[in-house]
Design a protein around this ligand. Structure first.
Ligand SMILES: Cc1cc2nc3c(=O)[nH]c(=O)nc-3n(C[C@H](O)[C@H](O)[C@H](O)COP(=O)(O)OP(=O)(O)OC[C@H]3O[C@@H](n4cnc5c(N)ncnc54)[C@H](O)[C@@H]3O)c2cc1C
Length: 232
């Protein structure tokens, strides 16, 4: 892949993530008000907060983590990858438009590893992208608007977006897309999203994992063998 997979930057997250989740969790089980809980002594103690948060999340009480919203600036992914990402319905996206942004010259594209590692096929792939680019240019030079000329652009075409989601959806995204059954490009993208967030919020490391880590078994038809399959 060109510059090996997505470029990802965490551009927005709450300052007081752990404390916010803790306040939400404890509010459910305390006679005290959220205002007092937020200011109380235990809300200064990461270990105490994590103990409660782990218990609440493990019991499936997920509304408590919906208060946390994070945003990522993402570039250098293929339209094939972005199409998979936008299937996640609790995410918000602002994606580079192929209507408003006309390609000038050879468009950027991503070459899947399996093709990139085969010199003969890689050369044919590049030539094919070149031909598509020539025809796209012919269309736009003949007055076809970009919104219609884009019909010939491939899934490999590079795109960029800002993507936002809450913590519940990020955990779900990680559970599905870090699984080896997910395509490599989206797996690498979601791994980078998780990694940049974990860098700032290390307590999330144990949640941002493939689903088999949370379930303790694999529920996929074809297992990679990392965990025992469901039946076993
Ligand atoms: C390995 C892999 C292969 C895939 N292959 C295909 C494929 O061949 N074809 C294809 O079309 N898609 C495919 N998908 C996409 C998949 O079907 C989902 O659309 C995508 O993963 C989003 O997952 P989701 O619906 O669980 O999550 P989200 O849309 O992120 O929603 C999160 C959760 O919210 C709840 N939810 C959201 N919307 C609704 C709703 N309308 N009703 C009830 N509950 C809701 C569900 O509990 C859902 O799990 C694939 C995904 C993966 C990971």
């Amino acid at each position: 892949m060109q510059d090996k997979y997505a470029q990802v930057r965490l551009i927005s997250k709450p300052e007081n993530m752990l404390k916010t989740v803790y306040t939400a969790c404890r509010t459910c089980y305390s006679a005290d008000s959220p205002l007092n809980i937020y200011d109380c002594e235990s809300a200064q103690d990461d270990e105490k907060m994590l103990k409660l948060i782990n218990r609440v999340i493990s019991s499936g009480h997920y509304s408590t983590i919906e208060h946390i919203q994070v945003s990522f600036a993402i570039s250098n992914i293929s339209r094939a990858c972005s199409h998979q990402l936008v299937r996640h319905r609790h995410m918000s996206f602002s994606q580079k438009s192929q209507r408003y942004v006309k390609e000038k010259g050879q468009f950027d594209y991503l070459v899947p590893d399996t093709i990139d590692s085969n010199p003969e096929l890689k050369q044919k792939f590049d030539e094919f992208m070149g031909k598509i680019s020539e025809f796209y240019t012919e269309l736009t030079e003949n007055g076809i608007p970009a919104e219609d000329a884009r019909a010939v652009l491939p899934n490999a075409c590079s795109t960029s977006m800002v993507a936002s989601l809450n913590l519940r959806e990020l955990i779900h995204l990680a559970n599905l897309r870090l699984c080896t059954r997910a395509q490599k490009e989206i797996r690498m993208l979601v791994k980078k999203m998780c990694d940049v967030l974990v860098q700032e919020e290390p307590w999330l490391k144990d949640y941002l994992v493939p689903k088999c880590e949370r379930l303790g078994y694999c529920d996929e038809d074809k297992s990679c063998g990392r965990k025992p399959v469901k039946e076993k």
